[in-house]
Design a protein around this ligand. Structure first.
Ligand SMILES: [Zn+2]
Length: 294
């Protein structure tokens, strides 16, 4: 481990490995274990290290289009999520479960983005809902996230009514003092989501060797057991370090933009060279075209 000169990020400390999926497809298990449920199934294939190879995988997942094709493509590249029975089931995973997991992650990422950009007010009423609760303010999550949490049944939702509709008897996920700022309310909701998912998916505190020769050479870290746990852990690391990931305009790789100049758009020197080459030849083509017109 080449760790002498710098501190490893928490994600780099963990060698969490997971399997990609060969030929994932959606099957209707009408006659099987879960009647009438669409299930994603595939054959676990090549191993990879999600936390080391894809530091912004949670963001990729959150931004997926809500379509069968997009979810299957993600499953092929990164494998099962592992949200059922605390691990990978040979029966596959509910497609509806994939949708719910993605909605939950997308909701958490929106809260984080709103906090970072100082626009907590913009998610109030949509991603976070408040109601008075005996002299305090109750913090609620919208209906799709409440279904994900198991706080309400999908059957109690009115089809076609989305977002803020939560049955009145539903409990808040947290209560805060009545005069709390929007920022504190959104922080509280995000903290709840991260705490709930890390606990629910058994992301476990641990200490691990950090490769240093002084001290005990150990650092506090967390170990995921499933891909979905690893994704929430990644989000937690990102929140803790106020990190920012951006998609490279040249190669579409997600790169760590934390501390980089605002206008920097590419992931590496290679892509910077590629970009200036591309701009140069575009300029030459333009010049060629205007010459021909004279
Ligand atoms: Zn790039």
């Amino acid at each position: 481990m080449a760790a002498e000169s710098r501190d490893l990020s928490l994600a780099e400390l963990i060698d969490f490995r997971w399997h990609r999926l060969s030929f994932p497809c959606v099957v209707d298990r009408a006659n099987g274990r879960w009647p009438g449920q669409d299930v994603i199934v595939g054959e676990p294939s090549e191993q990879y290290s999600p936390l080391r190879e894809e530091p912004a995988l949670f963001q990729k997942f959150a931004l997926l289009e809500d379509s069968e094709a997009a979810l299957l493509d993600f499953a092929a590249r990164y494998g099962y999520l592992g949200f059922m029975h605390g691990g990978v089931s040979s029966y596959g995973e509910y497609l509806s479960g994939w949708r719910r997991e993605r909605l939950a992650m997308a909701g958490a990422v929106r809260l984080f983005d709103a906090l970072k950009s100082g626009t907590a007010l913009s998610v109030m009423g949509s991603d976070v809902v408040t109601r008075p609760v005996v002299g305090m303010t109750g913090v609620y999550l919208p209906a799709d996230l409440s279904v994900w949490l198991g706080h309400i049944n999908v059957e109690t939702l009115i089809p076609g009514v989305e977002g803020t509709m939560i049955p009145p008897e539903n409990d808040p996920v947290a209560v805060v003092p009545r005069d709390s700022s929007e920022r504190l309310i959104v922080q509280t909701a995000l903290a709840f989501l991260v705490r709930y998912s890390m606990t629910h998916y058994s992301v476990t505190p641990s200490i691990t060797p950090d490769g240093k020769v002084y001290g005990a050479g150990l650092r506090l870290t967390f170990e995921p057991k499933t891909l979905i746990g690893a994704l929430w852990l990644q989000l937690a690391f990102t929140i803790d370090g106020n990190r920012e990931y951006a998609k490279c305009t040249e190669c579409a790789t997600w790169w760590d933009k934390t501390g980089a100049r605002r206008d920097k758009e590419v992931c590496s020197d290679t892509c910077r060279a590629k970009k200036s080459q591309r701009l140069r030849s575009a300029a030459e083509t333009m010049r060629g075209a205007s010459d021909a017109n004279e």
